[in-house]
Ligand binder design. Structure first.
Ligand code: DC
Length: 211
């Protein structure tokens, strides 16, 4: 049986980067659960379906192919916003549970770990995960990191705009009634505000060796 590493935390905290580094180090399969919500949002946009109709939303779940979640379109700002808003729908969250729980069984046959990152992995999806990591960093620091990344790609970026977006997504993630973002029982909290990605990675490796 694979050991489950659940990594949760707010937007732009470095979850994906750290999860990818762990996946490489331990040759493990990795599921970015946010991509599931993004794939549903993208499909709704492509179909021009009414995103307030839950049946339309649920139909889009059937189109998700876990092997085809690499499209850049998943990261447009339209998808950012729509995925964030549909992620508060209980029926959608429930329908996505099975997909996520089956992931470790279906991917990475001989690997020791399966890594799943998101917002509710340690609390709802895998409450019995072997390792539950909750990453945190001050919103301003996350916005600064995101600003630097975007500047490299697009040159033009507004720090204030990015900070506002991060604050808005935090508010939604932290206050929604269904599966809000919060540290799971028995999770290890890692505040990355004042450490860089390598230091955070080293800390995670130590946590994984210790537990
Ligand atoms: O991690 P991300 O930015 O790719 O996630 C996209 C959206 O999906 C985000 O607004 C929060 C939501 N999400 C969620 O509600 N639960 C998860 N486990 C993962 C993401």
């Amino acid at each position: 049986m694979k050991k489950i590493i659940a990594i949760d935390g707010p937007a732009s905290v470095g979850k994906s980067t750290l999860a990818k580094k762990l996946a490489k180090k331990y040759s493990s399969p990795i599921l970015f659960s946010g991509k599931l919500y993004r794939a549903v949002a993208l499909e709704l946009i492509k179909r021009k379906s009414n995103p307030n109709n839950i049946q339309n939303i649920l139909k889009c779940v059937d189109c998700i192919d876990l092997n085809k979640l690499d499209s850049k379109e998943l990261y447009s700002s339209e998808v950012d916003k729509l995925s964030s808003s549909i992620s508060s729908k209980k029926k959608l969250r429930n329908k996505l549970i099975t997909l996520q729980r089956n992931f470790p069984k279906e991917y990475g046959n001989s690997s020791k770990f399966a890594i799943i990152e998101g917002r509710d992995i340690g609390t709802v999806i895998f409450p019995d995960a072997d390792y539950k990591i909750f990453l945190w960093a001050d919103a301003k620091i996350r916005a600064k990191r995101r600003y630097k990344q975007i500047k490299k790609i697009r040159k033009k970026a507004s720090f204030k705009g990015i900070l506002n977006e991060i604050n808005a997504r935090d508010r939604k993630d932290l206050t929604r009634k269904i599966a809000p973002l919060m540290p799971a029982t028995n999770s290890v909290l890692l505040d990355t505000s004042y450490i860089d990605i390598e230091q955070a990675f080293n800390a995670l490796k130590k946590i994984i060796l210790k537990i």
